[in-house]
Design a binder for this molecule. Structure first.
Ligand code: GSH
Length: 207
């Protein structure tokens, strides 16, 4: 495989890039790091920012999940058809990332105390994405082809649906966005693949 991912045995921050790679029919070699091995510290010491995921494309070594996602978007035609589209894709991906960060904070820092308020506030978070998708002729966030921002938002929405199964009920455009991407044959195959399905979403067992 031309690509190697080193990460924990979770979906976590690697979900979007795995979905992109599957959809673009790219092979991925996975080095799974156990928490036990990570705790020893020698792997961490080799990581530029002391964290995973790490991604290798030949001699290129990348850290930072969104840099990896952008790299793959650039290489596999998921970064718009011109600079303006690429900038809009950056904007939407950053917005999705903001929401992902809030989700991760909830999961790892305040699940018990913050879950209810987080779910209650989701409609405010969803509105901008719903507005963009409602105006989109093709059902993608930007332009007329799928982009890295779509993969990122899609993965996040799958996670949020596990947290709150009814959260998309008042968001028809987001709901059809999820249905449409879920139905892409290679994405569907990945979501149904046992190796992917069995991965917990997060590292602490909360979801
Ligand atoms: N901004 C980084 C990215 O998006 O890749 C954050 C990476 C990150 O938070 N990694 C976590 C990690 O390595 C796992 S998802 N945790 C173990 C540690 O920090 O010791």
């Amino acid at each position: 495989a031309p690509y190697t991912l080193t990460y924990f045995a979770i979906k976590g921050r690697a979900g979007p890039l795995k979905i992109l790679l599957a959809d673009k029919e790219q092979q991925l070699k996975e080095n799974v790091v156990t928490v036990q091995d990570w705790m020893k510290g020698d792997i961490r010491a080799t990581c530029l920012f002391g964290q995973l995921p790490k991604f290798e494309d030949g001699d290129l070594v990348l850290y930072q999940s969104n840099a990896i996602l952008r790299h793959l978007g650039r290489k596999h035609g998921a970064y718009g058809k011109n600079d303006c589209e690429a900038s809009l894709i950056d904007m939407m991906n950053d917005a999705a990332q903001d929401l992902r960060q809030k989700y991760i904070k909830l999961i790892y820092q305040e699940y018990e105390t913050g879950k209810e308020a987080f779910i209650k506030d989701l409609p405010n978070e969803f509105k901008p994405f719903e507005n963009i998708l409602a105006k989109s002729k093709t059902g993608f966030l930007v332009g007329d082809q799928i982009s890295l921002a779509d993969y990122n938002l899609f993965d996040l929405l799958l996670n949020l649906k596990v947290l709150s199964p009814s959260c998309l009920d008042s968001f028809p455009s987001l709901k059809s966005f999820v249905d449409k991407i879920s139905a892409r044959p290679k994405v569907k195959a990945l979501l149904e693949c046992e190796n992917f399905k069995k991965l917990p979403i997060n590292g602490n067992g909360k979801q």
